[in-house]
Design a binder for this molecule. Structure first.
Ligand SMILES: [Zn+2]
Length: 431
């Protein structure tokens, strides 16, 4: 029997090599030695790391070893340290979103959330955001598990260690005694962390964190489910970025000269009116299809690109959350007033710009809403006079103050928002 070597390249796992199983023991020992792990322990899980210079990059290699029925399985995660050294601008965000994010990063208090599944680049995004404001005049503290990137000068990074009892809540409490301006909390996944993080934001700290949710508004639902009061959420959360990584075409991609017919889009869950518009206006866009060449190993795709949806919590949106309005009503309102493109629509926009192919839509959450027309999707990603007005509103956060919980907390038995999001409402007929 052979040992398979697989690599996840641009999000897809592929077998790239194999070797005889007699060599496994030696290989595992070399890896464990590099990661400073105990070679003699073969029946427990291990974690470690080591640094290497590879292809002109400093790479932090994270080692994870677990025993399986055939021997020890090794996973190496390659973290390019220069990925976080790039700026927010390098993320190629839609201009409107980049500007709003830069805007909220200048705030003295509030919560900025980044959501998405594991491996969607949330940590990279937060570190790029931090780089944007780091300097000698600002006390930035990160609390992470583990620390993935070195954030550079004037940023203090702390790793939580659940096994040794140094938890997120404990770390945040300690950090708060050190008069921080900005706190990056690696992940909010329990009630206590959610509570302490939002309360910190209420007392004059900018808190950045991540949550595992399907979409941006889902993060608000998640916080409610974790027991954070609506008034606390609505007076602290300023913006939510939901993101995914999609594969970007190699230069070998070719123009798709004609609408390929309805059958081509089967299973992609694109609304009929959007397909009608695409068919009618096809030549207006730069739609391409993957080809494959030597440079991209015949894949047609060569790199990854982040795509985002951004939820701006203006005062009206905050009121709707506080009043426990249904999920669908909130989303429709935000989309109509604040030009929010959902992540699926962002994927379609990247296709229309010729950056990626239709197959990348399959991994994006579709959600339950009526899609915008293609020209609206393109327009709403860029700057408009109306979005400028929205910005002014978002910058005037309500005064941060602590209010007695019993006065402001309507203490609903169960949240309307939370409930509505779980069983999604039927998609209505076309507008
Ligand atoms: Zn190629």
């Amino acid at each position: 029997m052979d040992v398979n070597v697989r690599m996840r390249i641009n999000g897809k796992l592929r077998k790239i090599d194999h070797f005889p199983s007699e060599d496994l023991r030696g290989f595992v020992n070399v890896v464990k030695h590099s990661g400073r792990l105990d070679i003699t322990q073969q029946h427990i899980a291990h974690d470690g790391s080591f640094m290497r210079a590879l292809g002109g990059h400093i790479v932090d290699i994270r080692v994870s070893v677990i025993p399986t029925i055939y021997g020890e399985k090794v996973v190496l995660r390659f973290l390019l340290q220069d990925m976080s050294q790039k700026s927010l601008h390098d993320s190629n965000l839609p201009p409107r979103i980049e500007r709003q994010l830069v805007n909220v990063m200048r705030k003295k208090s509030g919560v900025i959330l980044v959501t998405g599944p594991t491996g969607s680049g949330k940590t990279t995004m937060l570190h790029r955001a931090i780089r944007h404001i780091a300097g000698e005049d600002i006390n930035i503290q990160t609390i992470e598990e583990p620390v993935e990137y070195r954030a550079g000068e004037f940023v203090n990074q702390t790793a939580v260690n659940e096994a040794r009892g140094f938890t997120y809540p404990m770390a945040i409490k300690s950090v708060l005694r050190q008069d921080p301006d900005v706190i990056l909390v690696g992940e909010i996944r329990d009630k206590e962390t959610a509570q302490i993080a939002t309360e910190a934001a209420l007392t004059g700290h900018l808190v950045l964190s991540t949550l595992h949710t399907e979409d941006a508004l889902g993060s608000i639902v998640r916080l409610i489910q974790l027991g954070v009061a609506e008034w606390l959420i609505s007076s602290t959360v300023v913006t939510v970025i939901n993101q995914r990584l999609i594969r970007k075409f190699c230069d070998c991609a070719e123009d798709m000269p004609m609408f390929p017919g309805r059958e081509y889009f089967r299973g992609m869950d694109i609304d009929d009116h959007v397909l009608d518009a695409l068919e009618r206006d096809w030549p207006k866009y730069k739609i391409k299809s993957p080809v494959g060449c030597k440079k991209c190993d015949g894949e047609g795709y060569r790199s990854l690109q982040v795509i985002v949806e951004q939820l701006t919590l203006t005062s009206m949106v905050r009121d709707m959350i506080r009043e426990g309005k249904p999920y669908r009503e909130v989303i429709d309102f935000i989309r109509s007033k604040h030009y929010m493109n959902m992540i699926f629509e962002e994927g379609l926009r990247q296709i229309m710009l010729g950056n990626t192919g239709f197959e990348e839509l399959r991994d994006l959450p579709r959600g339950d809403y009526v899609m915008k027309y293609p020209e609206e999707i393109i327009r709403d990603a860029t700057e408009t006079a109306e979005t400028r007005r929205v910005d002014i509103e978002t910058t005037s956060l309500p005064q941060a103050f602590i209010v007695p919980r019993e006065v402001y907390d309507p203490a609903p038995e169960k949240s309307e928002i939370g409930m509505a999001s779980i069983k999604s409402p039927p998609r209505e007929a076309l507008r």
